[in-house]
Design a protein around this ligand. Structure first.
Ligand SMILES: [Zn+2]
Length: 314
């Protein structure tokens, strides 16, 4: 006899019900103890799976021997003889790749300078000692720090603060020009020693916890103020950035060799909140070049024009 299609449906339905019943019986038959054990096993397996999913792969150390070919980074099938930029470092090709995977949407040319500045590494881990300590172009941040004993050799007074001589001279000019345009600027904080920064950071992290303190205060050795090349203007408050003197400073500081160091746009790189009162002296030439190139952060300029000798500008 032929089985009609709708009968097949009925038989299938019955089979499904049996299967469900069996599943139910299986669970009901388990003792309370066994149910608990099964629940623990399920939770443990889920826990391991989630941990594995979210844990990052350990960072690979630089291995100059294991040089990856340029095509891995520049693997455009249309154009395989594309030249890497001058700040590309073959021995870091694996780090470029790993960072590009972590930061989708960022151009490879940006990935390269970021890794060149060690931004692929967590802040305050595997820190490097800043180089050329007496250069006005030195980089100090959460990846490059100053030795505890470092004190600039040419500090001079400016108001109640101190700056390196060249930075102080340019600052006096800036303050005087601002005054001529009716803006009152003064240096609230300039050079700070390692021990002063230690006290400040400890005070802030005791009050707000280290995670929050890290967004606005440098750990000792990592403060630009220890270079004698950084100033905090006036009241050191967010409102400074909206006041006429703050706007004037951000628009004109480059003429005197100063840059606004921590902005909303570069906080991913600097790992600081915006600080409209904090300016860093890098000299007139570099400040003008940074402006011409439209760089948002000093780390980029430092990699391309200080660490690696970039092409001349117009
Ligand atoms: Zn500052």
């Amino acid at each position: 006899m032929e089985i009609l299609p709708h009968k097949c449906g009925i038989i299938y339905g019955i089979v499904q019900k049996e299967v469900k019943k069996k599943k139910k019986n299986f669970w009901n038959r388990l003792s309370l103890q066994n149910r608990l054990i099964m629940l623990i096993v399920i939770v443990a397996v889920l826990g391991i799976a989630i941990t594995a999913l979210f844990s990052q792969a350990p960072q690979k150390e630089e291995t100059p021997e294991a040089v990856l070919p340029v095509v891995i980074v520049y693997n455009d099938p249309e154009d395989d003889d594309i030249e890497p930029p001058w700040y590309y470092n073959e021995s870091r090709a694996d780090r470029y790749e790993a960072y590009a995977e972590r930061k989708p949407g960022i151009d490879m040319e940006d990935i390269i300078w970021m890794v060149e500045a060690d931004l692929d590494r967590p802040a305050y881990e595997n820190m490097r000692e800043a180089t050329d300590l007496d250069s006005i172009l030195l980089l100090v941040n959460k990846h490059y720090n100053l030795p505890e004993a470092y004190v600039p050799g040419d500090l001079v007074n400016i108001g109640n603060a101190m700056l390196r001589a060249e930075a102080a001279e340019a600052m006096r000019e800036m303050i005087s020009d601002a005054a001529q345009e009716g803006h009152n600027l003064w240096v609230q904080s300039g050079y700070r020693s390692f021990s002063t920064q230690t006290n400040l950071y400890q005070q802030y992290s005791a009050r707000d916890g280290a995670d929050i303190a890290d967004t606005y205060s440098a750990r000792p050795g990592s403060s630009e103020h220890q270079t004698g090349l950084a100033v905090d203007f006036n009241t050191i408050t967010d409102s400074f950035g909206e006041r006429p003197e703050g706007i004037w400073a951000s628009e004109n500081s480059w003429r005197y060799g100063y840059i606004l160091r921590y902005t909303e746009e570069n906080s991913d790189t600097t790992l600081y909140k915006s600080e409209p009162w904090h300016f860093r002296y890098i000299g007139r030439e570099a400040a003008a070049e940074m402006r011409e190139l439209g760089f948002k952060t000093y780390e980029e300029y430092w990699v391309k024009y200080v660490k690696h000798d970039g092409p001349g500008l117009s």
